[in-house]
Ligand binder design. Structure first.
Ligand code: ZN
Length: 347
């Protein structure tokens, strides 16, 4: 890349960095390193690096340049570009096949609360009426998702909003302003008022945590997972989106089941010592001190989604096969990055 071109590109990247930082700072749109963004500039696909947090877009170099033609060629030959460019987002193939200059993918809490419903396509027909949107049923991230998007675009080429079943939202546009405007329209239309949860029993939680390896979370919103009976029921049914698998790839189901409020004198710490967190019925939520910042952010997002799912909603849980097939890569990538953050922030 020559010097002038590189300078132009850097100037064009600034609005994207600023947009990423705004989105990364909103827990209703992105959690930890989830979500990604890209811009296509003169044959170069600038895409968010895997594991980076959008929130850090201003101060860290989170965008990496890839040759767009080369990436597209790989997708055509059924080779996932994220396997070749290991630093690139796992959704690189998706960004390459979308024709828009700017593409944004977010794990928008309000969108996910709709996208986990079995009747989501029908419900969204009404909510998003008038927008150029399409529904994509759940497929794993990477090549399968890119191929589904190509299929939809071949029938509806003017699409600029995609709702991904059990996953999130994708918006495309010619520049960052257009994308942000469209994002705010979709957010307004899909907004759901979170259910009111019961009061958190901070005294009981503090007693359990006292002198143990447990801690209270920084984000008070997470306690709703324990204090709201509907949330506990929704959560115990299974996984709704692959990000939840950041915690485990095998025994995740039991992990999200709440436990009765333990007597601090009994052996609750040793009984639950392998768990990264405990959802305590009628009390709230405690976390293991070893839980990474990424995992904590994911729980914050999850609690916000669950608080927006009604008890009568027909939910589509991920099947065991989908969890096994799709999430191990995501989980290992998040864990890798989470470990890196933990080590780098260690004194
Ligand atoms: Zn995603």
């Amino acid at each position: 890349m020559n010097k002038n071109r590189s300078a132009t590109n850097q100037a064009e990247l600034t609005p994207l960095r600023e947009l990423c930082a705004r989105i990364g700072g909103d827990p209703l749109l992105t959690q930890a390193s989830t979500g990604n963004s890209s811009i296509k500039l003169e044959g170069v696909l600038w895409i968010k690096a895997s594991g980076e947090w959008m929130a850090n877009a201003i101060h860290e170099d989170i965008l990496i340049p890839l040759d767009l033609a080369e990436v597209k060629e790989r997708v055509k030959h059924k080779v996932d570009p994220a396997e070749r460019y290991t630093r690139a987002s796992i959704e690189t193939a998706m960004h390459a096949v979308l024709p828009h200059r700017v593409v944004l993918h977010v794990h928008c809490v309000n969108t996910i609360a709709w996208a986990v419903r079995q009747d989501a396509p029908v419900q969204l027909e009404h909510q998003l009426d008038g927008l150029r949107w399409q529904w994509i049923s759940y497929v794993p991230s990477g090549l399968p998702l890119a191929w589904e998007i190509e299929k939809v675009l071949s029938v509806s080429p003017d699409t600029d909003v995609l709702v991904l079943g059990n996953h999130g939202l994708v918006i495309g546009g010619n520049d960052c302003g257009a994308v942000e405007d469209l994002l705010s329209q979709v957010q307004q239309r899909l907004a759901i008022c979170p259910r009111q949860a019961g009061p958190t029993d901070y005294a009981a939680l503090a007693e359990i945590a006292d002198g143990s390896s447990w801690d209270l979370p920084d984000d008070d919103a997470v306690h709703a997972l324990g204090t709201d009976a509907i949330s506990r029921a929704v959560l115990s049914g299974g996984l709704r989106y692959p990000c939840q698998s950041i915690f485990s790839t095998s025994s995740t189901r039991g992990l999200f089941r709440s436990v009765p409020c333990p007597d601090p004198k009994d052996q609750s710490e040793s009984r639950y010592c392998t768990r990264p967190f405990l959802i305590i019925e009628g009390c709230g939520f405690i976390v293991s001190r070893t839980m990474t910042p990424a995992q904590r952010a994911m729980m914050s997002g999850l609690a916000r989604v669950i608080q927006r799912i009604s008890s009568s909603a027909p939910l589509r849980y991920l099947t065991d096969e989908e969890v096994a097939n799709s999430s191990s890569m995501i989980a290992s990538r998040y864990r890798e990055r989470a470990d890196a953050i933990r080590h780098s922030s260690a004194p």
